[in-house]
Design a protein around this ligand. Structure first.
Ligand code: PHB
Length: 373
């Protein structure tokens, strides 16, 4: 029984998903899938990593690419092959046994990649405009090349890949999906005019730039139901060299369309991803008021900010990223006001257990103190 009266720690529902508390583990790329055998998740350390963090009410998986071309980093897991689905089953089962819920973050990076990561394929995007970013490959950092501008047939194929990703997520035992619409990846590239200069039905007006995002959302809803679908958005982030001339206009339209569809949640990165929160251009309070599903807030939240945001109703839930890397028992630490471990960026993306499953929980620390005494 959870006797903590503070709202952050109270159970609720996120769409169709019943959660034990309102602390969410944000999606976190950790680059520890089995790349040699086809970007397969579910190794013993992958399972242990998620199991340790199952005190979160809801876990959002690391981004999982819906196709080989949608991959942008080394050793990220996929969700398009049967072997990947089998691998994910080990993770979802461990999370459920530990009492938590988990959705798959389905991902296509679009132009933010390099042929060295996509099996040789040219990256794709709404328009043939290279991002000023570097991709991390086994050969080191390399400039992302000019992408191929997608045709209508190709756009439909990618929508079908997201659809299959959602089907596969449910087959793998996930409770739902989060569509990755943030951080300058493919859906965001269509939304924002810094990357989308199309003059057809997928570019120009806010309706046209929202079309691809909504086609993906509708395809996923058709397969798994709106109550199991969420989306992550970052209306003002400069991440991955993306920008927009009027974020309020395009994301305002999108939020209203998402609300009509009754999806479970929108997960907002409020500001610059992993950086300043006070970036102008979008009114998050407006979004809160106009979206009637669950509002998950993210970006630089402290314990005090999270308690206040949920208590006041400014957000329904709060997602933590880096703090969940370093604190496997983050919810317990937040409840007790216990000290937090500091994440080590040196091991965010390195293979193996170091910096992945060896951050101590409060219980580990207590056991160690007993052993020393
Ligand atoms: C990253 O690996 O740094 C990364 C991946 C996905 C994101 C943001 C950052 O959405």
């Amino acid at each position: 029984m959870n006797t903590d009266a503070r709202k952050l720690f109270q159970p609720t529902r996120i769409g169709d998903i019943a959660v034990a508390n309102r602390v969410v583990m944000a999606p976190l790329t950790r680059s520890r899938a089995d790349e040699a055998h086809g970007d397969i998740p579910g190794s013993a350390i992958n399972v242990e990593y998620y199991r340790q963090r199952s005190n979160a009410g809801l876990i959002i998986s690391e981004g999982t690419q819906v196709s080989p071309v949608g991959k942008g980093y080394m050793a990220t897991p996929g969700i398009y092959s049967d072997e990947q689905v089998e691998g994910w089953k080990h993770i979802t089962q461990a999370v459920h046994e530990a009492g938590s819920k988990i959705v798959a973050q389905i991902w296509h990076v679009g132009r933010v990649t390099h042929p060295a990561l996509t099996g040789g394929a040219q990256p794709v995007a709404p328009s043939a405009i290279a991002p000023r970013v570097q991709a991390y490959t086994h050969q080191g950092k390399v400039d992302a090349p000019v992408p191929h501008a997608l045709s209508h047939v190709e756009i439909a194929q990618i929508v079908a890949e997201y659809r299959q990703g959602a089907v596969n997520a449910i087959r793998a035992g996930f409770d739902g999906v989060e569509i990755h619409g943030a951080n300058g990846y493919l859906i965001d590239q269509f939304l924002r005019d810094g990357a989308n200069q199309r003059t057809d039905a997928y570019g120009g007006t806010v309706e046209n730039r929202s079309r691809f995002a909504l086609e993906v959302v509708d395809a996923v809803i058709a397969e798994i139901g709106a109550g199991r679908v969420g989306i992550r958005l970052s209306p003002v982030t400069p991440a991955n060299d993306l920008s927009d001339s009027n974020p309020q206009a395009v994301f305002g339209h999108l939020v209203q369309e998402l609300d009509k569809r009754g999806i479970a949640f929108i997960h907002f990165i409020e500001g610059a991803t992993g950086g300043p929160r006070d970036v102008p251009g979008f009114d998050f309070a407006w979004a809160r008021a106009h979206f009637h599903g669950t509002y998950i807030a993210n970006n630089g939240y402290t314990r005090e900010m999270a308690l206040e945001a949920v208590e006041s109703g400014r957000a329904d839930a709060v997602a933590f990223g880096r703090l969940f890397i370093a604190n496997p028992d983050l919810v317990i630490r937040l409840q007790r006001g216990a000290p937090l471990n500091t994440p080590n960026p040196q091991t965010f993306y390195t293979p193996g257990p170091a910096g992945y499953i060896d951050y101590p929980s409060l219980e580990d620390a207590r056991d160690q103190a007993v052993a020393v005494a």
